[in-house]
Design a protein around this ligand. Structure first.
Ligand SMILES: [Zn+2]
Ligand SMILES: [Zn+2]
Length: 241
């Protein structure tokens, strides 16, 4: 399995783009700037069939209009796109489109699914989405007052990939690491905040989960100990497991 680290930064990072990883036709998060990064890699919107969205903050969500409208303009929307997210995200998505492109038309997005050929799959803690290629389990995380906030475990090709950002260190982060061969964790800053894990907490997850390769993502531009026993993927890096 190839995991393409499209964006690995937190907001405020100069050296890294907003959060996004790509596995085959699935992307995790679609923050502002992600679509251009995909296009630079010759990955077209028609190549993506599933978008997993952790939460509605702009650095994880705000490029969805760019993605869906660009896909429509280029007639790349013949196949259904699944948007897998937390409860209420469909409504937030329509609010975002209405704000950006409503142009005074009150009901412009009432037939959102038909207009963009998408299906929302809203999951709660522990719920799964499954087809004959993969299975996704949602895990509720803790990210200040932001709700819903989900992490995911993707089971595909006999491998488990964990994804937990943005979040403080909570029991479900530990569960995601225990289940996964590789886990991408929120290493926003050196010290923990009310909404994010610290780099040291991420390093500790590696110490507690020897069978899981821990990757520090959603990183600010801080200096870090390059000898730490975890991965620090950069934008554009491909990890093979
Ligand atoms: Zn956030
Ligand atoms: Zn974020």
């Amino acid at each position: 399995m190839k995991i393409n680290c499209i964006g690995t930064g937190t907001m405020g990072s100069i050296t890294r783009g907003n959060q996004c990883i790509l596995i085959d036709n699935i992307i995790f998060d679609i923050g502002s700037g992600v679509v251009k990064k995909l296009e630079e890699k010759k990955i077209r919107t028609k190549d993506i069939k599933y978008i997993l969205i952790t939460h509605s903050h702009a650095d994880h969500f705000a490029d969805l209009p760019n993605f869906l409208i660009g896909r429509s303009i280029r007639n790349e929307n013949n196949e259904l796109l699944h948007i897998i997210c937390g409860k209420g995200m469909r409504e937030k998505t329509i609010e975002l489109f209405q704000l950006c492109f409503g142009d005074g038309e009150k009901d412009k997005y009432k037939d959102f699914e038909d207009k963009f050929n998408v299906k929302f799959v809203e999951l709660e803690n522990g719920e799964t989405f499954e087809n004959n290629e993969f299975k996704i389990t949602a895990y509720e995380l803790e990210h200040g007052g932001c709700k819903p906030i989900l992490g995911f475990v993707l089971e595909k090709d006999g491998k488990c990939v964990g994804y937990a950002t943005d979040t403080v260190l909570c029991p479900n982060v530990k569960l995601i690491c225990q289940r996964s061969e590789i886990a991408f964790l929120d290493a926003n800053s050196i010290t923990a905040t009310k909404s994010h894990m610290s780099l040291n907490e991420v390093i500790n997850m590696q110490n507690e989960n020897k069978n899981c390769m821990i990757c520090a993502i959603h990183r600010g531009d801080y200096e870090y100990n390059k000898n730490a026993n975890i991965k620090f993927p950069e934008d554009g890096e491909i990890i093979e497991i």
